[in-house]
Design a protein around this ligand. Structure first.
Ligand code: TYM
Length: 326
């Protein structure tokens, strides 16, 4: 059985980009793979966090995992900092990663600009991510497009270590959705939908009220041509909305374009509101109950125990191959 690993940062505002790019893959994969899903709190602290908020968001994201359909009986779900081997392997991988490689990471370059005094952790973020992945002998990593470069680095590190010390790591592959791998901002469709955009109407969060979803979609930036056709370059706004519609409905973009021939953006947007709200309804309905349940905490504890067992085996192998310890 192939092994799947992925993670989401416990920050607020989990949006439909996170869902369409990554989270819905988590559910699809859990029936025929051994899946491990993590809430990566140590990645979150690469930028300043309020401790109370962070603690709350860890459980928020865990509850969202379950509300979208991740089943802790089928998949291992846990919090990253509860498994100490992530940091341990992170250090070892640091010693097998070059400064130049990390300097070239586009996400670091972007985030560095937003931070007055970027931490070493922010620079090192991709190595901790490689550690997450390699610790579990992962074959497949379901993520959004923006993580491609980080997955490449994890692969490069694995290949490098295997070359230096003999077969130590499985070389992982990224898994990206055809539609939804890069959902764009609703207010500026040339930039990625993000959790941190100060404009709330730039994104649709998974727990947004139906009316908020409606407002965000109805006010999404389009163009003045008024014709529904797909061209990311010429018509990034309507193309993004077509992608979102396609990802939620399962209909191809070509089919949608045909269906809406002769219709205006208003009609299209109204239908999109329905499609999105219908998909989010079951998530919103299940979330509150799960978030308040003791079962949620229990399953995370159990998940951390199971994950630690696998992680410890990898650490032993790595230390042996590298000549570390007694
Ligand atoms: P995070 O929390 O920033 O994002 C979670 C997932 O959502 C995807 N994503 C998107 N997909 C499509 N369109 C968007 N606009 C969009 N924005 C975000 C991300 O690609 C991601 O899959 N670095 C990871 C967390 C991580 C991780 C790992 C993932 C840490 N260790 C190991 C996989 C394996 C991240 O960006 O989280």
């Amino acid at each position: 059985m192939s092994r799947v690993f992925s993670g989401v940062q416990p920050t607020g505002n989990i949006h439909i980009g996170n869902y369409l790019g990554a989270l819905r893959q988590f559910v699809d994969l859990q029936n025929d793979s051994e899946c491990i899903y993590c809430i990566v709190d140590m990645h979150a602290i690469t930028v300043p966090q309020d401790p109370k908020e962070l603690k709350k968001h860890i459980l928020d994201v865990a509850a969202l995992y379950m509300a979208i359909g991740v089943d802790p009986k089928k998949s291992i779900v846990f919090v990253q900092s509860d498994v100490k081997q992530h940091a341990e392997l992170g250090w070892i991988l640091n010693c097998n990663t070059y400064m130049g490689e990390l300097s070239r990471m586009t996400q670091y370059k972007q985030k560095k600009q937003k931070s007055e005094n970027p931490s070493v952790g922010l620079f090192d973020y991709p190595v901790l991510m490689a550690s997450d992945i390699l610790l579990y002998d992962t074959d497949t990593v379901p993520v959004g497009n923006d993580q491609k470069q980080h997955i490449e680095l994890a692969r490069d590190i694995a290949i490098r270590v295997n070359g230096k010390y003999g077969k130590t790591f499985v070389v992982p592959d990224g898994r990206f959705m055809k539609s939804g791998a890069r959902v764009m901002s609703l207010d500026d469709p040339t930039s990625k939908m993000s959790k941190s955009n100060p404009n709330e109407k730039s994104r649709i969060c998974l727990l947004d009220e139906p009316n908020k979803v409606k407002k965000a979609i109805m006010s999404a930036t389009t163009d003045s041509e008024g014709v529904i056709r797909y061209s990311v370059k010429e018509k990034p706004g309507i193309s993004n909305l077509l992608d979102i519609y396609s990802a939620f409905s399962g209909k191809s973009v070509a089919k949608l374009v045909k269906e809406y021939e002769g219709h205006g953006y208003g009609d299209f947007k109204k239908d999109l509101v329905e499609v999105v709200n219908q998909s989010l309804d079951p998530i919103r309905n299940r979330y509150q109950e799960i978030r308040q349940s003791q079962e949620l905490v229990d399953s995370l504890k159990e998940g951390a125990e199971k994950a630690s067992e696998i992680a410890e085996k990898t650490i032993k192998r790595v230390k042996k191959n590298m000549g570390l310890g007694l």
